[in-house]
Design a protein. Structure first.
Length: 137
């Protein structure tokens, strides 16, 4: 256990599993119950409507969705912004186009790295095998 400050309220507490103190966990659970009850009664509610009716912060509602506690696909109007471009999405962190673009950038960087270190990595493998060969004797 380590002493740390709560990410929500700033209080000092013994951290076990979460980054927030037990009081904030309790408040989160109460807020989650409020949001869940409201959505069961109003399936077509948008995040803004849920926020206005339950007085739960929009960011907290979005966090419930991102954490998987609240499944947005069950509620057609429940969307939250893509972390990169801000387009409304119902799951994940990024919209399809941002996800594809990030994947292409990642692939490009990995390809460049493999080209640059191709000869070096084969050399290090050879050194590894030679080293192993000499260690056995």
């Amino acid at each position: 256990m380590a002493l740390t400050n709560c990410k929500q309220c700033g209080r000092l507490f013994n951290r076990t599993m979460k980054d927030i103190c037990p009081e904030c966990v309790k408040q989160d659970d109460e807020d989650f119950m409020k949001v869940g009850q409201y959505l069961r009664a109003n399936r077509g509610a948008s995040p803004q409507e849920v926020h206005e009716e339950t007085e739960v912060a929009l960011e907290k509602i979005f966090r419930f969705i991102r954490e998987g506690r609240l499944i947005a696909e069950k509620y057609p109007a429940m969307t939250f912004p893509c972390e990169r471009c801000g387009l409304p999405i119902q799951s994940g962190r990024f919209c399809r186009s941002c996800s594809d673009e990030l994947k292409q950038q990642f692939d490009r960087v990995m390809h460049q790295d493999s080209e640059q270190s191709g000869s070096a990595s084969s050399r290090s493998r050879e050194e590894f095998y030679l080293k192993k060969r000499f260690e056995r004797k």
